[in-house]
Design a protein around this ligand. Structure first.
Ligand code: OXT
Ligand code: ADP
Ligand code: MG
Length: 594
């Protein structure tokens, strides 16, 4: 097949020679680094690049667009990086982020590290400066040894020096990003590589269409039987679904396993909706009851990290912060080294979640006994009590609005639009949304993830809209929004159906703190009071709404969903409504000296 972007070029020396001999013109088919990279990505099903142009990749962005790739151009590389990473999570294909050298590369690097931490497949492709000058530290334009810097933060890092090796470089990057435990990969492309000419046929032949980039990893039969036996003999079993389970796209089998075994489950934040949050077996509203009470816990694509209190301590019924609670654990994970990282894993099941869950389903036969009724009843009691308490709080209509009264509206809008993507960041804005807004379908909730990182908001929203084509609702703390707020211009430029709801309480956690010295500077935790964030959206042609009541918020959200226009709703929340760090106040070190 002819390379779609191969250049037909008459070499200068050949042309000169032909002229001199006045003989017939010899034409040679050539391609170059620019086109080989584009062809390599296209051959591997990559259809979108998230990036920011400049030396040495400006022309690459133009040529990629000309070759039919979608190039989404951002205002800051960090947001392009977050977009790429979440596109990877949504599609199981590595999301591509393209940046310039040194500062652009560093701007993208936080997102790459975050992708690796969260097990999202992405490839950060950065142009870099001249190797011989960089290596002798002679002060090149944007000089930096980017490969060395990326290595400890990426799952893998590669550099390509010759255009003929681009195919191999891209293939290696794709395999590294998506096989086994997914992660972030860095691909370093020095400026000189792009214009390197290569004979078109040689170039074509150097490209690789990666076959089976994320091969299934079948668990051993013994590990499956060990796990199923442990579950069957449990008196108080619990399943915890993590974002690895959401990533695996084994939705029907996961649901069947929960329903066939009849075991209650707890979804981690980004696994919400894997089964509808309204499912009878969801124990989300009884979290603090089920964790210490369960006797056998099966983790599917979830790590026993800080979000699960490392599997020990009070949360799990342990007597002291380091004490184990006595549960037995089953861990289904693709990484063989994850087991025993925090507490003993009695039954590791190592493999891809699709294969593991389907093997377990086969092992759960007609003789399967559902969990004891008293366990299910005890959970239902806790759950109903919490749900009723929540319903009471949500029904209140205080002035000014608080998180609950605003989120009651978001909850209704999401319920009415279950295909909408929900992006969520902040502290209180995050934690309240997680427990109030039910999700109904898999991979619809995208949030701060393993690092609790602020700044994912607009990047995730843009990728969610571009990849899914669905309406996006971004529920943002006012501080959280500030990290990526300038991307509202990007949202307007590409006319994306993104509705941003800022839960604006005038600050980080709360807006009512004051400078203890009585000085003129404000507290480090507060912002300009009554800031009119909606005007930022209006500046670029989108819809801005200032909403001070749940009714106004509802009308604005309904209109945003109906029109699919870029919309920013500045929802004014009582500045005294939040708590320090939301639900994770206990992680704040407290000073010994008062
Ligand atoms: O069982 P109990 O009784 O305990 O009740 C639980 C459930 O059973 C119940 N529940 C329900 N009840 C009724 N109905 C339903 N449906 C229901 N569902 C659940 O509700 C409770 C709570 O349930 P949950 O949430 O499941 O349980 P819990 O105990 O909270 O779970 C524990 C965790 C750890 C799993 C959970 O809390 C969690 O996932 N937390 C994530 C926390 C997180 O990541 N936070 C973000 C980071 S905070 C901080 O770092 C911030 N910074 C610093 C910063 C960061 N992060 N990044 C960068 C780059 N720079 C700086 C900053 C600057 S946040 C922040 C900005 C904050 O200001 P904003 O203005 O943006 O935000 P506001 O705070 O709004 O002002
Ligand atoms: P959460 O934050 O939701 O608890 P984590 O990010 O801690 O989830 O855990 C995700 C886990 O899922 C990781 O340990 C990762 O190795 C695993 N994982 C990711 N994809 C797959 C897959 N396809 N099959 C099996 N395990 C996977
Ligand atoms: Mg706030």
């Amino acid at each position: 097949m002819e390379s779609v972007t191969a250049t037909r070029k008459e070499t200068q020396s050949q042309a000169a020679a032909d002229k001199a001999s006045a003989g017939p013109t010899t034409v040679q088919q050539e391609t170059d680094g620019f086109h080989l990279l584009i062809d390599a990505l296209k051959q591997n099903g990559i259809d979108t690049i998230f990036g920011l142009p400049g030396i040495p990749i400006t022309d690459l962005t133009r040529k990629a667009q000309a070759a039919g790739l979608r190039v989404i151009s951002f205002r800051h590389e960090q947001n392009a990086g977050y977009a790429a990473s979440i596109a990877g999570f949504m599609t199981q294909k590595p999301g591509i982020c393209l940046t310039v050298s040194a500062p652009g590369f560093l701007n993208g690097l936080t997102a790459l590290a975050n992708a690796t931490t969260n097990c999202f497949p992405m490839i950060l492709i950065s142009g870099s400066s001249e190797r011989e000058i960089v290596d002798l530290q002679q002060g090149d334009y944007e000089e930096m040894d980017q490969l060395a810097i990326a290595k400890p933060l990426a799952k893998a890092a590669f550099r390509v020096l010759h255009a003929e090796d681009i195919g191999i470089g891209v293939a290696r990057a794709i395999r590294a990003a998506v096989s086994g435990r997914p992660g972030g990969v860095y691909l370093d492309l020095p400026a000189k590589l792009f214009p390197q000419a290569v004979d078109a046929a040689t170039g074509r032949n150097s490209l690789i269409r990666v076959v089976d980039p994320a091969p299934r990893q079948i668990p051993s039969e013994q590990s499956v039987m060990r796990a199923v036996e442990l579950l069957q003999n449990a008196k108080r079993p619990l399943i915890i679904l993590g974002k690895g389970a959401a990533y695996a796209q084994a939705d029907a089998d996961i649901r069947a396993l929960v329903e066939k075994t009849g075991i209650p489950y707890l979804p981690m934040a980004m696994a919400k909706g894997l089964l509808p949050d309204t499912h009878d077996l969801s124990a989300a509203a009884a979290r603090s009851y089920v964790l210490p009470e369960a006797d056998v816990v099966m983790l599917i694509g979830a790590r026993l990290n800080w979000l699960l209190s490392h599997g020990k301590g009070k949360t799990w019924g342990g007597a002291s912060p380091k004490a184990w609670g006595g549960q037995k654990f089953i861990q289904v994970d693709i990484s063989p080294t994850e087991a025993d990282s925090n507490v003993r894993i009695d039954a590791p099941v190592v493999g891809d979640i699709g294969s593991c869950v389907s093997a377990m389903l086969k092992a759960v036969d007609s003789k399967w006994r559902k969990p004891p009724e008293d366990w299910l009843t005890a959970i239902a009691e806790r759950k109903n009590k919490n749900v009723a308490k929540m319903a009471e709080t949500l029904a209140k209509n205080p002035t000014p609005m608080n998180f609950h009264s605003a989120l009651a509206v978001v909850r209704d809008i999401v319920k009415a639009n279950p295909d909408a993507m929900l992006v969520n960041e902040g502290a209180n804005a995050l934690d309240f949304t997680r427990s109030i807004v039910d999700m109904y379908k898999p991979r619809k909730r995208l949030d701060v993830g393993t690092w609790g990182v602020m700044g994912i908001g607009m990047g995730f929203s843009i990728a969610a809209a571009v990849v899914s084509g669905q309406q996006v609702i971004a529920v943002e703390g006012d501080s959280a929004f500030g990290f990526s707020g300038m991307e509202v211009e990007t949202i307007c430029r590409y006319n994306l159906p993104v509705c941003i709801v800022i839960l604006n309480n005038n600050g980080v956690y709360r807006g009512d703190e004051v400078n203890p010295t009585g000085g003129a500077d404000p507290s480090p935790l507060v912002f300009v009071k009554d800031a009119r964030y909606e005007k930022l959206m209006e500046a670029f042609g989108g819809v801005g709404v200032h909403a001070t009541t749940p009714a106004a918020l509802r009308t604005a959200m309904e209109e945003a969903v109906r029109s699919r226009r870029p919309t920013l709703i500045n929802a004014i929340i009582d500045e005294r409504a939040g708590t320090e760090s939301g639900r994770i106040t206990s992680l704040n070190p407290t000073a010994k000296k008062k």
